[in-house]
Ligand binder design. Structure first.
Ligand code: MLT
Length: 338
């Protein structure tokens, strides 16, 4: 090891060190190539836009556990609530595009929210990179146990006769529960009172306790309640009955075919996240969805697990685009009545 350098050599060495430092500082592309190749080198935050215990949170924790094993780094769930999930999505949009902040979005935050919030502070397509679809989640029409209607037909009659006095629970403008029950209200032609919660977990507690009258919620949080007999489920908004809720009729069987309501959950990162990082996250998600333990947990909650061709970032990008168009067409007229 040379112990001393001549004056000229020392100046040359210092110049080379400075040039290398500036290169990494000025052209992150050089440094980020190394960062991409070693991703992830630290824990990842998965933002959940709703309260703990709700369908979004439950699904997020199931897949995060498996993804963290594959990626070799902890995935920390952070529940960021408010404004129908849009507060969290704005936070995710503003996070560094380095793959260390992921958001669990859904049909509400990355679909219906565009029509429900004319001044939405993000664009689901422009401000995010899709990672992949996580689950398809049927939505059910629910009521408090003692409401005097035992079928969807009877409930719709009640909505028509007592619409304004009924209290509908939801998780904020932009949420699945708000968008899908807005669709139901529009079909029936009623304008109920509404109570917003920070997620459908607290909303479900209010429904079970009889503090609100009805709600439209995703199967993941309904299955345990139906098993416990704490709420009424009038119909599921999908073409066929749900495998874990075989006694709940479809909206078609119940006489209200216009109520077609199914949510989906999907992972997104901020725009500009490098492609190799997106590929790592997509691959870890795919492994989770193929894992037997994860699959049985999701299926037990009434989820439908996407087949591999539906799991690509491109297919999620196409889904977001079509869902924004679908719910904009469905909601704008309904929203104008509310
Ligand atoms: C939740 O996780 O609480 C729900 O997804 C909220 C909603 O979108 O209705």
């Amino acid at each position: 090891m040379r112990r001393y350098m001549s004056g000229r050599r020392a100046r040359l060495w210092r110049g080379l060190c400075l040039a290398a430092t500036l290169t990494f500082a000025v052209h992150p592309g050089v440094g980020s190539a190394a960062a991409e190749a070693s991703y992830p080198v630290k824990s990842i935050t998965m933002i959940v836009p709703f309260a703990a215990g709700g369908p979004t949170d439950v699904v997020a924790r199931i897949v995060a556990d498996s993804m963290s094993v594959t990626l070799g780094q902890p995935i920390i769930i952070e529940n960021v609530v408010g404004s129908g999930g849009t507060t969290a999505v704005i936070r995710a949009k503003r996070s560094p595009p380095d793959g260390y902040t992921v958001v669990m979005g859904h049909m509400g935050t990355h679909g219906a929210a565009v029509a429900l919030n004319p001044h939405l502070a993000y664009d689901p397509m422009r401000d995010f990179e899709p990672i992949g679809l996580v689950t398809n989640m049927p939505v059910l029409i629910l009521a408090r146990k003692r409401l005097d209607a035992n079928t969807l037909g009877e409930f719709i009659e009640l909505m028509r006769s007592r619409g304004e006095s009924l209290n509908m629970a939801h998780a904020g403008v932009g949420s699945v529960s708000y968008a899908t029950c807005l669709l139901l209200n529009s079909i029936v032609g009623t304008r109920p009172r509404m109570t917003a919660f920070q997620g459908t977990a607290p909303a479900m507690t209010a429904l079970v306790e009889g503090r609100v009258d009805y709600m439209c919620d995703q199967a993941a949080s309904v299955v345990p309640q139906i098993a416990a007999g704490t709420v009424k489920a009038y119909a599921v908004g999908t073409a066929s009955r749900n495998l874990v809720l075989p006694d709940v009729p479809t909206s078609i069987e119940a006489g209200t075919a216009a109520f077609q309501a199914s949510a989906w959950n999907a992972l997104f990162v901020p725009k500009g996240t490098p492609k190799p990082v997106i590929a790592s996250l997509n691959s870890a998600l795919g492994k989770a969805l193929d894992d037997d333990t994860v699959r049985s947990q999701l299926l037990r909650l009434g989820s439908e697990i996407p087949a591999p061709p539906e799991r690509t970032p491109q297919s999620l990008a196409e889904l977001v685009k079509s869902e924004i168009a679908k719910w904009t067409a469905a909601i704008r007229p309904a929203n104008s009545e509310n």
